[in-house]
Design a protein around this ligand. Structure first.
Ligand code: S3P
Length: 421
C-alpha cells in the first residue's frame, strides 16, 4: 500500500476502546456472576480472539457494534472447550488465559499465530508452576492440565502486566494468599476491575495481595479510548506543522501516561481537559499542537508506562533536534516482533541516524528524511508508526501490510486520513 500523505492534521478524533481493558472486561465478565454490559469495546482482532476463546468455554457473549454483553458463568462455570483454543496474535489473551486455565477442573491447550508461537510463555508458566500449575512447554502450543493451586509470594523478574495478571487470576482460585511483587509499576487495570467486582485484592505500592475468591459480581464497564492508539495522533500533531488535534475520551490511567510525560519533556504542546473518572479509570480529552521538539533520554521505571508507544515515540525523536536515547527497553524484543530491530531497520531505510543498542536505540533527530518501502513484520504498531513517519519524509513510502493495524485499531487509516481533509 502506498502511504498517502496529508498536508495538514486538524480536528478531532475518537480512538477505539482500550485493548487491555476490553480483554479484561470480557475475561472477568465471563468469570463473574451476573451480566456485564461493556460499552466502547475494542472490536480489534486481539479482543475478538478473547471473546472467541470464552465462547468456546460456554460463555454467552453477544457483540453489537461496540456494545458487548457477557453472561457470566461464575468462577467455576467454564466448560471444557472441544478444541485447542486459538489466540491469534494476542499475547494478552494467551498469557492471561494461562492463569485462569491452570485452575480449572478440565484440561486445555492453547496456540496462536506464528508471532505468538515465538513469544516467551515461560514467564507465566514458571510462576504458575510454583503455584502447582501443570503446563507443558514454554512456547505455544501450551498443554494445560487443570489442577488445584496454592498461593505464592512471587517477586517478578520483569515488569509485565500480563505476567502479573496471570498470577493474580490464578490467585483467585488458589488456596491461601498470593502475593505478587512488581519491580516497576505496570498497568493496573486488572487490580482496578477485580476490586470493583468484589475480589479480595489489596494493592500496597508495588505489592499486590489476592486471596481465594468465591465469586465476582458483574459490573458494567465503559471502556475509554486507548492511549496507545491516541499516541499516533499525539505524535502526528506534535511533529506536523500547523496542526491541532484533539483526541477525545482517552484513558489516562497514570500507569499508561508515560508518553504524555515524555512528549511534554521533549517540548510538545499537549493539554488534558475534561478530566473525569469512569469505573475507576481516569479519562480525558487530549489536545496536541505543532511543537518544536528536542531530544531526550527515556529509561528506568517510565518504560512500562509507555512500552507500547516506544515505536511512535521513536518517530517523534526523528523530528526532534538532537539525540534521543531509549534505554532499559529490552522488553521490546519480545513484542509482536522485535521492535528494537524492526524500528532500527525500517528507520535506517529513510536515511535516519539511528543505532540499535542492547536495550533500546539512539536516534539523532532533526534532519531531513526520505520515504522508503517499509516492512511491518505483521506488527500493528509498526504499521501505524511508519504511517506517521512517512508523512514528513520526502517522496513516496509504502507499507507491505496495512491490514495488521486491525489487531488494535481497525479504523486507523480512515481516522488518520479524515484529519487531513
Ligand atoms: C498488556 C501488557 C503489556 C503490553 C500489551 C498489553 C496487557 O505487555 O505490551 O500490549 O494488557 O496486560 P507486557 O505485560 O508483556 O509488558
Amino acid at each position: 500500500m502506498v502511504i498517502k500523505k496529508i498536508s495538514k492534521s486538524n480536528g478531532s478524533v475518537k480512538v477505539p476502546g482500550d485493548k487491555s481493558i476490553s480483554h479484561r472486561a470480557v475475561m472477568l465478565g465471563s468469570l463473574a456472576d451476573g451480566i456485564t454490559e461493556i460499552t466502547g469495546f475494542l472490536k480489534g482482532a486481539d479482543c475478538l480472539s478473547t471473546i472467541d476463546c470464552f465462547r468456546k468455554m460456554g460463555v454467552d457473549i453477544n457483540v453489537n457494534g461496540e456494545n458487548v454483553t457477557v453472561k457470566g458463568n461464575g468462577l467455576k462455570g467454564l466448560k471444557k472447550p472441544q478444541d485447542m483454543l486459538y489466540t491469534g496474535n494476542s499475547g494478552t489473551t494467551t498469557r492471561l488465559l494461562c492463569g485462569i486455565l491452570s485452575a480449572q477442573d478440565f484440561d486445555t491447550s492453547i496456540t496462536g499465530d506464528a508471532s505468538i508461537q515465538k513469544r516467551p510463555m515461560g514467564r507465566v508458566t514458571k510462576p504458575l508452576s510454583l503455584m502447582g500449575a501443570k503446563i507443558e512447554n514454554e512456547y505455544c502450543p501450551l498443554y494445560i492440565t487443570g489442577t488445584k493451586l496454592h498461593g505464592i509470594d512471587y517477586k517478578m523478574p520483569v515488569a509485565s502486566a500480563q505476567v502479573k495478571t496471570a498470577i493474580i487470576l490464578a490467585g483467585l482460585y488458589a488456596e491461601g494468599e498470593t502475593i505478587v511483587r512488581e519491580i516497576e509499576k505496570s498497568r493496573d487495570h486488572t487490580e482496578l476491575m477485580l476490586g470493583a467486582m468484589g475480589a479480595d485484592i489489596d494493592v500496597n505500592g508495588l505489592d499486590i495481595t489476592v486471596k481465594t475468591t468465591k465469586n465476582l459480581s458483574a459490573v458494567n464497564v465503559d471502556v475509554p479510548g486507548d492511549i496507545s492508539s491516541a499516541a499516533f495522533f499525539m505524535v502526528l500533531g506534535a511533529v506536523m506543522p500547523n496542526s491541532e488535534i484533539t483526541i477525545t475520551n482517552v484513558g489516562v490511567n497514570p500507569t499508561r501516561t508515560g508518553i504524555i510525560d515524555v512528549l511534554k519533556d521533549m517540548g510538545a504542546d499537549i493539554t488534558l481537559e475534561n478530566m473525569r473518572t469512569s469505573a475507576g479509570e481516569s479519562v480525558a480529552d487530549i489536545t496536541v499542537r505543532s511543537s518544536s521538539l528536542k531530544g531526550t533520554t527515556i529509561g528506568g521505571d517510565i518504560i512500562p508506562r509507555l512500552i507500547d508507544e516506544l515505536p511512535v515515540i521513536a518517530v517523534a525523536a526523528v523530528f526532534a533536534d538532537g539525540e534521543t536515547v531509549i534505554k532499559d527497553a529490552q522488553e521490546l524484543k519480545v513484542k509482536e516482533t522485535n521492535r528494537i530491530r524492526a524500528v532500527v531497520d525500517e528507520f535506517t531505510k529513510c536515511g535516519i541516524d539511528i543505532t540499535e543498542t542492547d536495550d533500546g536505540m539512539i536516534i539523532n533527530g532533526g534532519k531531513a528524511i526520505h520515504g522508503a518501502d517499509f516492512k511491518t513484520y505483521g506488527d500493528h504498531r509498526m504499521a501505524m508508526s511508519l504511517t506517521v513517519l512517512a508523512q514528513l519524509a520526502d517522496g513516496e513510502s509504502t507499507l507491505d501490510d496495512s491490514d495488521c493495524a486491525c489487531v488494535s485499531y481497525p479504523t486507523f487509516f480512515d481516522d488518520f486520513y479524515k484529519l487531513g481533509e
